[in-house]
Design a protein around this ligand. Structure first.
Ligand code: B12
Length: 208
C-alpha cells in the first residue's frame, strides 16, 4: 500500500515532499522506513515508465522530489556517518546523467559509517583518475545506466592499472546494464545489483 510519501514521489510533488518527510519523522517514524517509502515511489516510476504510462518529464519531476525529500531525511540517516568504516568515491560515467541509483548507494554508505565523496555525473576517465589521486579512497564505485556509457568503466580501470592506483583503491561497479560478468571482463573487483548489496560488497572490499 502506498503512503503519502510514496505518492508524492510518484506525483513529482515538489511542494509537499519536504513537509511530508519532516512530519513523518516528527511523528516518530524510523528514517529508514521513510527512505523505503521514497524508494518505493522511484521504483513505481520506473515501472510506469516502462509500461508507457509515465514520460521522461514525470521521471525528472520524481527524481527532483526524491532529492528534495532526501535533503530533509539525510541528516537523520547519516547521523552515524563517522567515516570510520572507510572512504568511498562515487561517480557516474561520461555521457550518463542517471544519478538516482548512485545517490542511493551514497546515502546507505553514509548511514553505514563511510565517508562518501560524490563527484556527480558525466565523469570522463581523467575526472575519475584525478579524483582518485586527490582523495585516495579505499573504494571507487562507478555507476552507468546506459549500454552506450558503461564501456567508459573499462577505460577508467585500464588507466588506474597503468598509473598503479589499484594498490590502495578497490573498484566496484553498478547500474542497470552492467553485470557480474561485465565486471569480471573489465577487471573490476566487485559488482552489486542494488544499493544494499553494494554496501555489503564494499564492506568486504575494505575487509570489514
Ligand atoms: C529515471 C530515469 C531517467 C532520468 C534520470 C534522472 C536522474 N537524475 O537520474 C532521466 C529522465 C534524466 C533519464 C534520461 C534518459 N534515459 Co533514463 N531512465 C530512468 C529510469 C526510469 C529509472 C532509473 C532509476 O533512477 N532507477 C532507480 C534507481 C534506484 O535504480 P538504479 O539506477 O538501477 O540503481 C540501483 C542499482 O542499479 C545499483 N547501482 C546503480 N549504480 C551503482 C553504483 C554502484 C557503485 C553500486 C554498488 C550500485 C549501483 O544500486 C541502485 C540502488 O539500488 C530507467 C529505467 C530503469 N528501470 O532503470 C531509464 C533508463 C535507464 N533510461 C534510458 C534511456 C534510454 C534514457 C535516455 C537516453 C532517454 C532519451 N531518449 O533521452 C536519457 C539519457 C540521458 C543521459 N545522457 O544519461 C534507458 C537505458 C537503455 C539502455 N540500456 O541503454 C532506461 C533503461 C529506460 C528504458 N527501458 O529504455 N532517465
Amino acid at each position: 500500500m502506498y503512503t503519502s510519501i510514496t505518492e508524492a514521489i510518484l506525483d513529482g510533488n515538489l511542494y509537499d515532499i519536504a513537509e511530508l518527510v519532516q512530519s513523518s519523522l516528527d511523528s516518530g517514524n524510523n528514517p529508514h522506513e521513510v527512505f523505503n517509502a521514497m524508494n518505493a515511489g522511484l521504483k513505481g516510476c520506473g515501472e510506469r515508465f516502462e509500461e508507457g504510462e509515465f514520460f521522461l518529464c514525470d521521471l525528472i519531476m520524481a527524481g527532483e522530489a526524491f532529492t528534495k525529500g532526501m535533503k530533509v531525511l539525510e541528516p537523520h540517516l547519516a547521523d552515524v556517518s563517522t567515516g570510520l568504516a572507510g572512504k568511498v568515491l562515487l561517480g557516474t560515467v561520461a555521457g550518463d546523467v542517471h544519478d538516482i541509483g548512485k545517490n542511493l548507494v551514497g546515502f546507505l554508505l553514509k548511514s553505514a559509517g563511510f565517508e562518501v565523496i560524490d563527484i556527480g555525473r558525466d565523469n570522463d576517465t581523467e575526472s575519475f583518475v584525478q579524483a582518485v589521486k586527490e582523495h585516495q579512497p579505499d573504494v571507487l564505485g562507478m555507476s552507468a545506466l546506459l549500454t552506450t556509457t558503461m564501456l567508459g568503466m573499462g577505460d577508467v580501470i585500464k588507466t588506474m592499472d597503468e598509473e598503479g592506483l589499484r594498490e590502495k583503491t578497490k573498484l566496484i561497479i553498478g547500474g542497470g546494464p552492467v553485470s557480474k560478468r561485465f565486471a569480471e571482463q573489465i577487471g573490476a573487483d566487485a559488482y552489486a545489483s542494488d544499493a544494499v548489496e553494494g554496501v555489503k560488497k564494499i564492506k568486504e572490499l575494505v575487509g570489514r
